[in-house]
Design a protein around this ligand. Structure first.
Ligand code: NAI
Length: 463
């Protein structure tokens, strides 16, 4: 049994960042982790998938665009096994990086399943450790199937992202259930490596939480690449065999039979709130199953905090990390800047990328806001033309009276990098005029941000 100031259960991007900040503030910290440090994000999520998406980008570049740039490549061979090897190496490197950071910050890593014990204690195996100041729950989520329609994950023909990130070969045919971030990113990857992909989404459009214009742009791009996108689609039945799966899918009033080698489940994730001793420790859940937290992320149990996916949406790594920082500072007696949950950027890393912040146009309509849209298409951006990456746009929604940025939506090859200008602008309540006043280097994709700002003022230059 050991005593620490802070014990964090879960070593993902929420938990490990919280422990580092606590250590920086002079607290002794321990992280309890049953698997690899870095959690889902580093090992079977954000990081390895980004490596595979880059392989997909290179495959498409070499197969389709390289000749336009004066580079003719003959006899192209796609080797998914090599792409996967690179992806695994990157994930392992990052996990080792987190291990290094734990050592550097003198954080104790306790291997095993942690269970809360009343009185700020955590049991791991036969040992019970005490926290003098706080216990932080940062246990994240796990994959899930939909057994009700016969789609239980069996790890061979019905897989999740956990298995998709270890496949040695791309399947020849793949159905993906769910066109959120996971489904959309894997559709991009497997299509580039030769799979016939059918993307099945229950709601009326893919990436349904994004602005309708972003969903439409990606759907168009995917269809052009031969990905079948079925929206408003319902899997009515699934027959799972050893060599493949037969799906009966209803969409647009028609029922079709889809036979595939594998089905990838991407219809959301399950919260890791079971077997944690929450109830006995007095930690309550809300109606949706998230841990109930106050504005400072305190749970209903004294000295127990909760961060990341289990603390509520948006279920994104960077939101969890920010909560980790804030909780560590609160525990250390500081008064951290409150998190603006309405200003968390969201990115889907398909090609082109989709990034957003703030309200969608539909949400502005629902809220009956008086708004103006500024939009700039990348077909008119010199840098985008130079790299043949003219699919997409920048869309800024501003408040009509004050020019405040209500929401911003970007579809572009580097949307994930471009969105932060607008995140900083919104954090500091800059107006669209102030975004344009900052001189944007030429030629860059970011000029499209300034142009969209100008468009909302009725004075776009390149249109
Ligand atoms: P999600 O909840 O974002 O999307 C799931 C999609 O599946 C939804 O569009 C939903 O309408 C659809 N769906 C649900 N049931 C269905 C059914 N029976 N048939 C057809 N479609 C169905 O979940 P996802 O994509 O699995 O991601 C899990 C979490 O991880 C999310 O919170 C997501 O934001 C996060 N994530 C973020 C990434 C990023 O930031 N780039 C990448 C991957 C995941």
């Amino acid at each position: 049994m050991a005593t620490f100031d802070v014990i964090v259960i879960g070593g993902g991007p929420g938990g490990y960042v919280c422990a580092i900040r606590a250590a920086q503030l002079g607290l002794t910290a321990a992280v309890v982790e049953r698997d690899k440090l870095g959690g889902v994000c580093v090992n079977v999520g954000c990081i390895p998938s980004k490596a595979l998406l880059h392989s997909a980008y290179v495959a498409n570049l070499v197969n389709h665009d390289a000749k336009d740039f004066g580079v003719e490549v003959g006899g192209v061979t796609l080797n998914f096994g090599t792409a996967m090897k690179h992806s695994r190496q990157v994930a392992d490197q990052n996990s080792k990086g987190v291990e290094f950071l734990m050592k550097k910050n003198k954080i104790t890593v306790i291997k095993g399943e942690g269970t809360l014990v009343p009185g700020r204690k955590v049991k791991v195996g036969t040992e019970t450790h005490s926290a003098t100041k706080a216990v932080v729950i940062a246990t994240g989520t796990r994959v899930k199937g939909i057994p009700q329609i016969g789609l239980e994950i069996n790890k061979t023909t019905v897989i999740s992202s956990d298995e998709a990130l270890f496949l040695e070969q791309a399947p020849k045919t793949l159905a993906i259930v769910g066109a959120g971030a996971v489904g959309t990113e894997f559709a991009d990857i497997f299509n580039a490596f030769g799979a016939k992909v059918t993307l099945i989404e229950a709601l009326p459009r893919m990436l349904p939480v994004e602005d309708a214009d972003s969903s439409a742009a990606i759907a168009r791009s995917f269809k052009k690449r031969g990905i079948d996108v079925l929206v408003g689609a319902k899997v009515k039945s699934a027959t799972v065999g050893n060599a493949g799966v037969t799906l009966e899918v209803e969409s647009g009033g028609k029922t079709q039979i889809i036979e595939v080698e594998k089905v990838l489940m991407a219809a959301g994730r399950a919260l890791n709130t079971q077997n944690l001793g929450l109830e006995a420790a007095g930690v309550q859940l809300d109606q949706r199953g998230f841990v109930k937290v106050g504005p400072d992320l305190r749970t209903t149990a004294d000295g127990v905090y909760c961060i990341g996916d289990v603390a509520g949406p948006p279920m994104l790594a960077h939101k969890g990390s920010r909560e980790g920082l804030v909780v560590a500072e609160t525990i250390a007696g500081k008064k951290p800047h409150a998190i603006r949950y309405d200003n968390v950027p969201s990115v889907t890393y398909c090609h082109p990328e989709v990034a957003s912040i703030g309200l969608t146009e539909d949400q502005c309509k629902e809220k009956k806001l008086d708004y103006v849209v500024g939009k700039f298409a990348l077909t008119a951006n010199g840098r985008a033309r130079a790299t043949n990456e003219t699919e997409g746009f920048v869309k800024i929604i501003k408040d009509k009276k004050y020019g405040e940025i209500l929401g911003a939506h970007i579809v572009a090859s580097h949307a994930s990098e471009m969105i932060h200008e607008l995140a900083v602008a919104r954090e500091n309540e800059y107006t669209v005029e102030e975004v344009d006043l900052a001189i944007h280097a030429h030629p860059t994709l970011s000029e499209a941000v300034a142009e969209a700002a100008l468009d909302s003022l009725g004075r776009m230059i390149h249109a």
